[in-house]
Design a protein around this ligand. Sequence first.
Ligand code: GDP
Ligand code: MG
Length: 192
Amino acid sequence: RSKQSQFKIVLLGESAVGKSSVVQRFVKNSFDEYRESTIGAAFLTQSIHLSKNDILSSGDNDNSITTDTIDDDGITVKFEIWDTAGQERYRSLASMYYRNANAAIIVYDITQLESLDKAKYWIKELQRQANKDTIIILTGNKLDLNDERKISIDDVNEFTSIYNLLNFEVSAKTGENVNQLFKDIAIKLVIK
Ligand code: GDP
Ligand code: MG
């Protein structure tokens, strides 16, 4: 059986939560303390390799994927990433980017309470308007600023459990959990 291995991902969320920084960490493994805000949307690509074991040992694998269905070399997944601008004036354009997305990463900043409200707004919009197959991942960024945290993981879990969403905390600055985020998305999409 041949599995699709190219997927579209869109990032949504309030301005300055670090969407572009998360993408930059994943694509270039770098971070800028001062970066210009995104205009409209930016398009980037990056591939990620999944070993056979990554896929078979995933907790979500319902055994529809077995040893025979994956090559010993595993699978290389290519992501086409749309990094959108959070500004109000671009909001109406967002549907162009999420409409065909296989996964949507909704980003908030763990130090900014309002950014979680904005994230919830996006999740509701996606659940109304996006393709039902689009995987939604709620992601708290700036984990390196844990001392200034305003949003606890419990606040978020309350919400993600209702909507059955994946939930991650990452730091684009240190890189903590960023590869894991994309890797988990890749696995989810491959075993779907
Ligand atoms: P976007 O508007 O959501 O794309 O946000 P940017 O990626 O442009 O980041 C906004 C600001 O937050 C920039 O000054 C970044 O350097 C900073 N930033 C982004 N990610 C992190 C992070 O993980 N930790 C910290 N401390 N700052 C971050
Ligand atoms: Mg940006």
